[in-house]
Design a protein around this ligand. Structure first.
Ligand code: N2P
Length: 355
């Protein structure tokens, strides 16, 4: 009788195990089966998703966005499927304010200790309560070395009628309200965070005038257009140009002498995330030294992960346009949340685009 009972019990237990998916790595560890990340395009080596799936049994599904404003609009429109998002500095501040982000549980992210001091406790997220720095870089000018004998190291090459007109039809600008209006403000000698209506009006007029030379506003493929020879000068993000230069030797990048934009992009979890725990396990994975280095070796953006440094390609570490010297750093400005003036930026941007 006893024996029959225990046999029955074994059968029941086995059935239970099968039902729960025996060998289901993710389930066993309390992880979701899928992790949904909303990311910038070409911002991670797809191999990293595959490796994470192999080790943790979690399939990573990626969607991409083209600007912080698009990301915000999507979340505000009620998108609830994302476990992880990648907002820039000022957008973390805005999302924090709007109560869109989950507070991180650092018990699940012990590898945060790999983050360099310089990137901890940033003004846009004191104490890193809601965000972990992912990559950082600058915004400047990508160009074709076969066309420019000297680097076009001034915003004038994009805005000054005499300097820019020769590249009419072969010039692209980022499809990004803050970046593109910011570049115009910088050319005019103003802060990229100006909230002065008169200054913003001047920037708007300048951008409308520039439309005669701009062939496209693009934030996802600007480096490919340059690599393909469809453009010869492009407003864009440092790493994308350098990554393209690996294959297209004529592509290069310069930070304008007037200074440009510096930014930090971050990993953050929306309050509405289906599995905060899975997202935290993934963040912790991305913070491993080897994985952190693999990200930068693919994106050509700076890594805030100090422990990753020894695995990063020396060519990247030694490139002054990726890790700029102090005197260049001093001229760079972070985009900040401009509060109520955001509506002004949005309106101007719409007016420029629809002109
Ligand atoms: C990567 C884009 C970098 C994001 N393709 C700029 N914040």
């Amino acid at each position: 009788m006893r024996k029959a009972l225990s046999l029955a019990m074994i059968l029941v237990l086995t059935a239970l195990l099968v039902a729960c998916g025996g060998g289901d790595k993710a389930g066993e560890q309390g992880l979701a089966e899928e992790l949904h990340i909303y990311n910038w395009s070409e911002y991670i080596d797809p191999e990293i998703y595959a490796d994470f799936e192999e080790e943790f049994g979690v399939k990573v599904v990626e969607d991409t966005f083209s600007s912080n404003e698009d990301l915000l609009a999507k979340l505000q429109a009620g998108a609830t499927g994302y476990d992880l998002i990648v907002p820039s500095d000022y957008m973390v501040a805005i999302m924090r304010e709007l109560d869109l982000l989950a507070e991180l549980n650092y018990d699940n992210i012990p590898n945060f200790s790999n983050i360099s001091d310089v990137f901890r406790d940033p003004p846009y997220d004191p104490g890193n309560k809601y965000s972990v720095p992912y990559q950082w870089g600058t915004t400047g000018i990508g160009y074709d070395l076969d066309v420019f004998e000297e680097a076009p190291d001034s915003w004038g090459y994009l805005f000054d009628p005499e300097m820019a007109a020769p590249y009419a039809g072969q010039m692209s600008m980022l499809n990004d309200s803050r970046e593109t209006i910011g570049a115009a403000l910088k050319y005019l000698g103003y802060s990229i965070n100006s909230t002065d209506e008169q200054q913003l009006e001047e920037a708007k007029q300048l951008l409308i005038q520039q439309k005669a030379w701009v062939s496209t506003y693009d934030s996802d493929g600007f480096e490919d257009l340059l690599a393909a020879g469809e453009t010869v000068i492009a407003h864009g993000w440092s790493g994308d140009f350098f990554a393209a230069a690996e294959e297209a030797e004529q592509v290069w990048y310069v930070i304008p002498s007037e200074g440009g934009v510096i930014w930090t992009d971050n990993l953050a979890i929306p309050k509405s995330a289906p599995s905060q725990y899975t997202a935290e396990v993934f963040i912790n994975y991305l913070l491993r030294p080897e994985v952190g280095a693999a990200i930068t070796n693919y994106t050509w953006y700076g890594s805030p992960n100090q422990a990753a440094e020894e695995f990063i390609d020396p060519e990247i570490l030694e490139e002054p346009a990726i890790y700029p010297p102090d005197e260049v750093m001093d001229k760079l400005e972070f985009i900040r949340d401009v509060g109520d003036a955001t509506t002004l930026y949005d309106r101007i941007w719409t007016e420029i685009k629809s002109e």
